[in-house]
Design a protein. Sequence first.
Length: 205
Amino acid sequence: MAEWLAGWQPEEPPLLAARQRAAEVGVGAVDPATGQALRLLAAAATAKAVVELGTGAGVSSLWLLSGMRESGILTSVDAESEHQRLAKTSLAEAGIPTGRARLIHGRALEVLPRLSDAAYDLLFCDANRAENPDYLNAAARLLRPGGLVVFAGALAGGRVAESSARDADTVALREFAKALRDDPRFVAGAVPVGTGLLVAARVVS
């Protein structure tokens, strides 16, 4: 299925180049099917303001921007300056105007408190998985009512469904999935593409 999806919506040369940069420095990049899901979610949210945690080499940035409104601005946060340098190259090659992407160097949990309340349509989390509960709390403040928070790799490629998988990382992801499901601030669902997405919409009060 993943192979078929990749062929169904093939990545353009700028995305392929970004993916190659990610591979060269060993940074994880969302697979094409996950990228397609991100573009769909950004479009469904008619997203104008998006925050991305984990810039990588710009692969997910390009997918998100392709689903956002033409006037939309992506704020991408990463503690690795080299990853952001590669992302800047990827964005430039794709013809993304400099004003549409704001790259902030720093740890996510140090940058998020500086962002405005209820000002964002989507928060994509592809950073330190151990900090997912903190990202979720930040999302509750940052997202407008109905806004989306998306967690990459949240199903550990299916291991969260295997009761025999008891390693610390999988157990933590499994517990986080339950916590998100039961959080009254959000309506959550799972999208089994790539290594798995958890998606939640901020409840309209």
